[in-house]
Design a protein around this ligand. Structure first.
Ligand code: ACO
Ligand code: ACO
Length: 150
């Protein structure tokens, strides 16, 4: 598996971006401002990662996704490790990530990678998303914010 910068955003990248974040307008906004990477396996796009500098010395993972057929093989973990190494090499202090309170698997993965919870943005998904999001049989309302110092 190789990870490299995306030169031209293709439909396959977009499908993955929407897997992590169903709001096209939000996605369009941060892909323009952020650093976009792709994970390739035998030349096939299997993952995406978008990093956005948000505050001085702070980099946020605003989108991470692995194609459904390639999930559970360690690609997500490798993309997070890549993000942490990138942040360290570029002299950032902190990497942040936000995810749904109902995203139990993702919360497990991020904590396994060393992220700690910092705050809850209550009703974030009700305020920013027009469509109701159901995950793990629950209505998604709150965003959990996590961070790690690199
Ligand atoms: N449910 C349960 N466990 C999970 C899940 C999940 N959804 N995702 C990862 N894990 C666990 C794995 O079981 C594994 O555990 P182990 O080390 O004990 O074996 C560990 O986390 C690492 O898993 P990977 O195989 O590296 O993760 P994967 O390649 O599947 O990628 C990802 C994880 C990116 C969350 C993927 O499931 C995905 O694309 N999901 C849909 C999009 C999404 O939710 N993206 C994140 C939204 S938040 C944001 O973008 C900022
Ligand atoms: N992991 C995943 N799902 C769970 C868990 C769990 N640990 N516990 C409950 N659920 C789910 C069930 O699957 C069920 O889901 P469904 O409605 O979709 O089928 C739902 O929650 C309700 O489950 P119950 O059968 O009513 O829960 P149970 O009788 O098992 O009691 C409890 C839950 C009290 C947490 C029990 O597992 C337990 O005693 N755990 C050990 C002690 C503990 O952790 N207590 C809570 C500590 S925090 C505190 O005390 C303030």
């Amino acid at each position: 598996m190789t990870i490299r910068k995306i030169q031209v955003l293709q439909a396959a990248h977009y499908d993955l971006l929407l897997l992590a974040d169903p709001d096209e307008h939000l996605v369009d906004g941060y892909v323009k401002r952020g650093l976009c990477f792709e994970a390739l396996s035998n030349g096939v796009i299997v993952g995406v990662l978008v990093l956005l500098p948000t505050r001085p010395k702070t980099l946020e993972i605003v989108n991470i996704a692995v194609s459904e057929t390639s999930q559970g093989q360690g690609i997500g973990k490798t993309l997070i490790q890549f993000a942490l190494a990138h942040a360290k090499n570029h002299h950032y202090q902190t990497v942040e990530i936000g995810t749904g309170s109902t995203s139990f698997g993702q919360l497990y993965l991020y904590q396994k990678c060393g992220f700690r919870m910092t705050s809850i943005d209550r009703d974030f998904f009700l305020r920013h998303y027009e469509e109701e999001i159901i995950e793990n049989k629950l209505v998604l309302k709150d965003m959990v914010r996590l961070s790690i110092d690199v």
